[in-house]
Ligand binder design. Structure first.
Ligand code: GDP
Ligand code: MG
Length: 312
């Protein structure tokens, strides 16, 4: 057994640390698609070789890794809303050059997105940031999420591009790291092959104390929706087998450690759906995308896996 599955049937009622969590399954987020004030390309060009500042050298860093549009930002938005009763997701202004006023805007945009009226499309403007997850009761930072543009991590159009400088910094700091590799059923076969090679190269950044989690996002898409057996459960073993066929050789990159009965899995595996997305037009013919958060069982399941890694 080389993987950790999370039992799916434990999500009928969801509480975290004894306190009920916000149930936002009926929330709608809506905003015009055409209102960015920051050029995503400009942000990315300047950020690619940017060095970053990590001020908290204790709290584990959860690094979201995946191609553009695999769902990294919306995963954070969904987790932030789900955990809102207990944890506050706070963008860390020190992470990037504080004189960069764009970064301040990006940080504010994350809060907008979590709190209400940020469209899913807007997430491409809030790409590169560090978010501290602070316990509301004692103010302690439980972990820090790093979200960065997918193009820096794995660009399907340039799969052999060098890794960005900040990855090295993150890999070398004292904090433990949890590397979250996003998989998605919609990737083409050639992109999947390149992505497996990319993750193979990522092993040079991962040390023995680090944890690894594979997340199949967009599990609601036709290729994988058959593994959803009820509102709260997923045939995780079936999905794992399917994904290991789809991303040939990926899971073998991280074989279990130890001997025989004492073998311990090297990675976690879970499935996620941030929500459902519908593109519509308003009265002026302007397109907008609505996001309706998925069932709480998804963030509950993902958080269970991540929390174990953070604590472990
Ligand atoms: N069907 C489906 N689409 C999703 C899901 N999560 C994200 N998406 C789509 O992917 C787009 C990009 O998501 P985003 O979080 O911005 O991706 P990022 O570039 O990795 O940060 C969204 O606007 C949605 O259209 C999901 O769970 N299911
Ligand atoms: Mg993003």
């Amino acid at each position: 057994m080389s993987k950790i599955f999370v039992d799916d049937d434990s999500f009928d009622t969801v509480t975290i640390g004894g306190s009920p969590v916000m149930n936002d399954t009926t929330d709608n987020i809506r905003q015009s698609v055409n209102t960015p004030t920051i050029s995503a390309k400009g942000v990315m060009d300047s950020a690619r070789n940017e060095s970053v500042t990590i001020t908290d050298h204790n709290a584990p860093m959860v690094v979201l890794f995946g191609p553009p549009t695999c769902g990294k930002t919306m995963t954070l938005v969904r987790l932030a809303r789900y955990l809102a009763a207990k944890y506050c997701f706070k963008p860390d202004q020190a992470f990037r050059d504080s004189s960069d006023s764009d970064y301040e805007v990006l940080c504010n945009r994350f809060n907008e997105a979590v709190n209400s009226d940020m469209a899913a499309d807007g997430t491409k403007y809030i790409e590169f940031m560090l978010l501290r997850v602070n316990n509301r009761q004692n103010g302690k930072t439980l972990c820090q999420f790093v979200e960065s543009p997918g193009e820096f991590l794995f660009d399907p159009n340039n799969p052999n591009a060098g890794f960005p400088a900040y990855l090295n910094q993150i890999a070398q700091c004292n904090n433990r790291r949890i590397w979250v590799f996003f998989l998605e059923p919609g990737m083409s076969s050639i992109d999947r092959k390149h992505y497996v090679a990319r993750i193979q190269n990522m092993r040079a950044f991962i040390n023995n104390r680090d944890k690894i989690v594979f997340v199949t996002n967009k599990v609601d898409m036709p290729a994988t929706s058959g593994f959803i057996t009820s509102q709260t459960s997923i045939d995780m073993a079936g999905l794992y087998n399917y994904m290991s066929g789809l991303y040939a050789g990926l899971f073998d990159l991280f074989p279990p450690r130890g001997f025989w009965l004492w073998k311990s899995p090297r990675f976690g595996f879970t499935a996620f759906q941030t929500g459902t997305y519908v593109t519509s037009k308003d009265a002026n013919g302007q397109e907008f995308k609505t996001f309706q958060a998925g069932h709480d069982s998804y963030p509950a399941r993902l958080w269970e896996v991540l929390y174990k890694c953070i604590k472990g």
